[in-house]
Design a protein around this ligand. Sequence first.
Ligand SMILES: Cc1cc2nc3c(=O)[nH]c(=O)nc-3n(C[C@H](O)[C@H](O)[C@H](O)COP(=O)(O)OP(=O)(O)OC[C@H]3O[C@@H](n4cnc5c(N)ncnc54)[C@H](O)[C@@H]3O)c2cc1C
Length: 382
Amino acid sequence: MNFSLTPEQDAIQQKARVAAQEVKARARDYDRQGRFPQEILEIWAREGFFGVSLPREYGGRGGDYISYALAQMELAQACPSSALMLHVNHAIVGMGFSLFGTADQKRRFLPPMARGEVLAAFALTEPQAGSDPARLQTAASREGDGWVLSGEKNFVSSGQAAHFALVAARSDLQAAPHKGISLFIVDLKKTPGVKVGAVEEKMGLVGAPSVSLHFDRAPLPPDAVLGEANNGLKLALALMDHARVGAAAIAVGVGRAALSEALKYARSREQFGQPLAQFQAIQWKLADLATDLEAASLLTLKAAWLKDQGRPFTAAAAMAKKFATDTAMAAAQEGLQILGGYGYLKDYPLERLFRDARAGQIYEGTNEIMRLIIARDLLKGE
Ligand SMILES: Cc1cc2nc3c(=O)[nH]c(=O)nc-3n(C[C@H](O)[C@H](O)[C@H](O)COP(=O)(O)OP(=O)(O)OC[C@H]3O[C@@H](n4cnc5c(N)ncnc54)[C@H](O)[C@@H]3O)c2cc1C
């Protein structure tokens, strides 16, 4: 076993660290003003983070998934909202095209995504189908050579900024619920019958707009299906494995940011004639967080490594996602406590990190669903 990074992995980690420093101070303003962090996404695009592990022949950097996870662990420390939008582009939609797209789809969609010129969205969740996407009701029927799409999606990240979305819809109404679903590529800007709902008012990740999407007999071309038709739920679940590694990496970043703020404060704030950091009760909190964050990072990198090796990583990704997002929440919670009353003020980053961390326990499958996946893997035996 070798815990050293390769020179390429080390280089991307260093680069992401520098880029995160460049934007860190601005993340607060985007959160406070509820603004879209265009400027931050442009910096990350300029530095090549949108294409870290997308294929080189389609404009990506051709790095491994460990590199992507390492980059997100740094970038999310600065701006979790921007990290989430990069994540949807890269870990879900970009991976979707890389793994399942036709040569033509890869040629058309991957290069602008890898350059960060277009934002993509992933639309699986519906008002009646959250944890159980097999029950989704959005449907596409054949019309002429193409398709006509009708239905509703919600919680779609990247919101009105997204140029196109991968939309999961029922394409065979006769099939069993978990079958007969396809992933459709839908141009959100030009397709008639597509309406983007108002931006939801969220607790955190304010810079990453969430919207509903409404499709009213939206016409789609014959080649709008990603991969094999009627096999879309399987593809979506495979993409969720990739997404969970990314979500875990983001959570490690958020947790590290919380620990770093708490450490800084504990060193400088004095009570009872000494810095808070001298109190054993505070040291124990810091030690527990550092330990759990290290474990979260290792679980995340292990899941990414399994993916890079072409080995099954569904359960590993679920473990990483569950543990890392719970750890990020604990880091934000305990970090805020270490700042006392100041932690509760918007002037200090812990308040935002606390709100941002909370979403990680819900998106890309809730942590209850992660337990179902892990238990299913355990029970299936060897
Ligand atoms: C910030 C954010 C961004 C998101 N981005 C996207 C996106 O880009 N695209 C997208 O498609 N979706 C997105 N989502 C939606 C997200 O994936 C869903 O919210 C999530 O899958 C849960 O679905 P639900 O909210 O309908 O909750 P429900 O499925 O209704 O679950 C409610 C509660 O019941 C629990 N529960 C459900 N079933 C079980 C079970 N079998 N056993 C035990 N407990 C169970 C859940 O864990 C949860 O605690 C996003 C959500 C958030 C908060």
